[in-house]
Design a protein around this ligand. Structure first.
Ligand code: ADP
Length: 418
């Protein structure tokens, strides 16, 4: 049993931590999950210890090298628990073996004008593989969301009476544009389909494009909402399928209501919003559904919607620390592809903090990058990931380029951005 004393601190909980290991099985492999798990466990026991997350891609074992692309220990940095050496031989490990679907997105057309009302993916999808790791936030927002969603699905599965213990299945991420909200929802859906791959044989992500739904064809939209939800309902009826419904930019619901107040097609607009809300209320009764929503304008979200959302998480622009990590990932990619050469060791933020930002030959370039990160504060994640491209396109020619000149160009590109 878990310790229940009020004195119980996070550090007391560390023995109850389950470390998740994700194993990507090769697309053509037909090996049994149990056999792969057994081999992965052997591999982890042989490795003995870990310090934070890791990914193994090269295997000496021929069975693993034929059947597995990678083995990754994920999300081991649980907040409140000091970063410690994990004893892989004795800790609780949960191994998730999965294969990705490579079919990409399918779209549901709204009408003859080819406005797409929804896109959908079979999960886990190759489109979202690795997306979770590319999103950088300062606090443990990703882990909190994952734990929330995991608990929701677990409570539903165990038929916990929601009149006794209340929880909901609607998550709302809000904040400025370009801060990774939509990507985070998609990455979360992918993560859940991997974590629950033994419980659910299929995962589905349906992304409803509320913007196009509400932008013009109000008179048609009511019918289309119903049609779309009929399809979703069909997916949900299979208890072996985990269905994540993503509704982007829910503020367009409010816009629809407002336009009705201004006298534009009043009844139609309200009908559509109400149809959507009613449908959401219906599907959220099912244990295998999770509804993920995003909004760029916190103040303008429809109240009816805010009330329905259980987790409302603000997602803001990244801090200097996060910006630095995003830049490092971009520069490492450019080195991997030979665009920046010779390759250069850039120091992770934590190691840089350990050196207390002391300048020496080993930290020189990293400190320069850190300064650029400081100057980039206020820019959205989306802009940050574009800047290394802009830096090359505008201020550098040819390939390869030295790290030094790339940093110069990046610095100018940042200034220009402001
Ligand atoms: P939003 O839905 O908030 O407008 P998106 O999910 O469309 O944002 O973000 C677009 C892209 O910007 C992401 O795919 C990602 O590459 C990048 N991005 C945004 N925020 C971050 C972040 N915090 N860390 C890393 N990349 C980010």
């Amino acid at each position: 049993a878990l310790p229940v004393s009020s004195e119980c601190k996070v550090s007391d909980m560390k023995d109850f931590i389950v470390y998740h290991v994700e194993v990507l099985q090769c697309p053509c492999s037909t090996a049994r999950t149990a056999s792969i798990k057994e081999k992965v466990l052997e591999l982890l026991h042989a490795k003995k210890t870990a310090f934070g997350d890791f990914v193994i891609r090269d295997f000496q074992d021929t069975f693993l090298s034929h059947n597995v692309e990678y083995v990754a220990l994920c999300d081991s940095e649980i907040p409140g628990v000091e970063k410690k050496v994990i004893d892989l031989t004795s800790c609780s490990l949960q191994i998730h073996v999965f294969q990705v679907h490579t079919d990409g997105a399918g779209t549901e057309e709204l009408d003859d004008d080819n406005i797409s009302a929804a896109s959908h993916w079979l999960l886990p999808s190759a489109d979202f593989n690795g997306l979770w790791d590319t999103l950088v936030y300062d606090d443990a927002v990703k882990l909190r969301l994952l734990n929330y969603a995991t608990t929701t699905l677990m409570f539903s599965e165990k038929h916990v009476d929601s009149n006794v213990i209340t929880w909901n299945r609607i998550v709302l991420l809000h904040g400025p544009p370009g801060t990774g909200k939509t990507s985070l929802c998609k990455a979360l859906a992918q993560k859940l389909s991997i974590r629950f791959s033994e419980r659910y044989t299929h995962g589905q992500l349906v992304e409803i494009n509320s913007h196009s739904l509400f932008s013009k064809w109000f008179s048609e939209s009511g019918k289309l909402v119903m049609k779309m939800f009929q399809k979703i309902q069909e997916l949900i009826e299979d208890p072996e399928t985990l269905v994540c419904v993503l509704i982007d930019e829910v503020e367009s619901l409010t816009a629809a209501r407002k336009s009705s107040m201004n006298g534009i097609e009043p009844s139609d607009a309200i009908r559509v919003v109400n149809a959507l809300l009613t449908q959401l209320d219906q599907i959220k009764r099912h244990p295998n559904v999770l509804i993920l929503t995003t909004s760029n304008i916190t103040g303008a979200i429809d109240l009816a919607f805010v009330d329905r959302a259980d987790i409302k998480q603000y997602i803001g622009p990244p801090s200097t620390r996060a910006i630095y990590t995003i830049y490092i990932s971009c520069l490492r990619e450019l080195m991997k592809c030979g665009i920046i050469s010779p390759t250069h060791q850039l120091i992770d933020i934590r190691a840089l903090e350990v050196t207390r930002f002391m300048e020496n030959s080993a930290t020189f370039s990293s400190l320069k990058l850190y300064n650029i990160a400081k100057n980039s504060e206020g820019l959205s994640g989306r802009t940050l990931r574009k800047l290394p491209f802009i830096a090359h396109a505008l201020f550098l020619q040819g390939c390869p380029v030295t790290l030094e000149s790339y940093l110069e160009a990046l610095s100018v590109a940042v200034e220009r951005q402001f």
